[in-house]
Design a protein around this ligand. Structure first.
Ligand code: SF4
Ligand code: SF4
Length: 433
């Protein structure tokens, strides 16, 4: 079986958040493969520790992607401040006979891990508006995805997910959890929260989304963040009046545009114009929202605390509903001349969002947690849900295929993450030990 088939069978999806089925990417032909080890979300400590502790898996993974895509070289991009990870990776790279894998150091800014930003930082190439790394001869894979690729080729499917549990928890930590572990359990393993009332995010403070505690972790979950329900971050993500507020208070100062990482790459995304059109009830410029990566820097910078990212998200939903396609496909000739001076240091993001008190180590533990049940969602990937192939009452073993890719569709296989009995099959598969 070739690499693509092995990765497809193992159910590998993009672990950085998008969940794109990895076997599709591996079928492409490119010049260079970039490993995304930026981990630019403040407070998360997963990828940097994975690179330090499992450097052999990361390097093996990028070698396999280089081989599969026919690339000439692979570049592992991580922040300069990840010293332990750099040491481990350098040690592994030095053992290779073929000298086609290297390291690239990024600064400590947000959003260094955005694929478009990353590609420009590493190669100087600008991905076209609405494009993909493939358009400039590249494939980008998150470092945990690369570990999963290496494991897949060794016959091990994706059953566990490394993630950081942080924020207002007693013992922030990073650990592997079976896919489908309830978020409430994950928080308990980190000592619980001292807060009487809190809100939980799947992901980091910038791009994470609010989730209920009875939801479960997926192959894409890189962090579980617990915050007070009255925090600035929670306000930004839950405020139901974003549209009304834009209509009444947007000053058209353009700060949201001037800080936008996509605008600074030369893309025609002028965030203030989307807000102006929304205020005036017009359709002009709304399609610019297709170019927004939802990084949230515009929310962070708005002087009157409006939420332009939320408007962009709502605009995109509306456009999809209306069947309108992205008309923006220009390749900018150059980045904005001020780009390098407008990179936002992570410390400033933390300060502005009042998160400095949570900026603590979340050390890795290899402790085996006692997980008595998992609820494994059938959809953890871009594309359609996997189809369950087990029924209530079946006894399954960890690693056993329990849901498969529907014929001819974009999806990903799913495997049991613990031994046990299937007790429910709906839009998830529940397994009790
Ligand atoms: S930063 Fe705020 S006030 Fe200024 S244009 Fe953008 S949304 Fe309007
Ligand atoms: S969220 Fe705001 S800053 Fe980020 S890409 Fe979209 S418009 Fe630009």
């Amino acid at each position: 079986m070739n690499i693509v088939e092995l990765v497809k069978n193992a159910g590998v999806v993009g672990a950085g958040g998008a969940g794109f089925p990895t076997h599709i990417k591996l079928s492409a032909k490119v010049d260079t493969v970039i490993a995304n080890g930026a981990e630019c979300e403040p407070l998360l400590r997963c990828d940097q520790q994975m690179m330090a502790l499992y450097a052999e898996r990361v390097v093996r993974g990028i070698q396999l992607v280089v081989e599969s895509t026919g690339a000439k070289n692979g570049i592992i991009a991580l922040k300069e401040k990840y010293h332990k990870a750099t040491e481990s990776l350098e040690r592994e790279i030095s053992k290779l006979s073929q000298k086609n894998i290297s390291i690239f150091h990024l600064g400590n800014f947000y959003p260094a891990g955005d694929e478009f930003v990353l590609v420009y930082e590493v190669t100087g190439k600008i991905i076209p508006e609405g494009g993909l790394p493939l358009d400039v001869g590249l494939v980008v894979d998150n470092v945990v995805t690369l570990m999963n690729i290496a494991n897949a080729v060794d016959g091990k499917p994706v059953t566990d997910r490394p993630l950081t549990v942080c924020g207002s928890v007693k013992n922030p930590l990073t650990a592997f959890f079976p896919v489908g572990t309830l978020i409430s359990e994950v928080i308990k393993f980190a000592g619980g929260s001292p807060l009487a009332e809190y809100t939980v995010l799947d992901g980091g403070p910038m791009m994470g989304t609010i989730v209920p505690e009875n939801a479960s972790i997926t192959k894409k979950t890189s962090g579980i963040l617990v915050l007070p329900s009255d925090s600035e971050v929670v306000y930004q993500k839950s405020n139901k009046h974003a549209v009304k507020q834009i209509k009444s208070a947007c000053e058209q100062c353009q700060d949201c545009t001037e800080i936008c990482p996509r605008f600074l790459l030369g893309h025609g995304l002028e965030c203030h114009k989307i807000q102006r059109s929304t205020s005036a009830g017009l359709q002009d410029n709304i399609t610019m929202a297709f170019m927004c990566c939802e990084c949230g820097l515009c929310d962070w910078v708005c002087p009157v605390k409006l939420l332009p990212r939320r408007i962009n998200q709502e605009s995109k939903k509306l456009l999809f509903k209306q069947g309108i396609k992205n008309p923006h496909h220009k390749t900018p000739p150059a980045v904005h001349p001020m780009r390098e001076y407008r990179r936002v240091p992570i410390e400033r993001v933390l300060g502005r969002l009042d998160l400095i008190k949570y900026d603590k180590p979340a050390p890795f533990t290899d402790k085996k947690f006692d997980i008595s049940e998992v609820k494994i969602p059938l959809r953890q990937n871009a594309g359609v849900s996997a189809e369950a192939i087990v029924k209530v009452g079946d006894v399954v073993k960890k690693g056993q295929l329990i849901a498969k890719i529907p014929e001819g569709k974009l999806s990903a296989n799913i495997h049991a993450s613990i031994d046990g009995k299937v007790t429910e099959v709906s839009n998830f598969i529940k397994i009790e030990r």
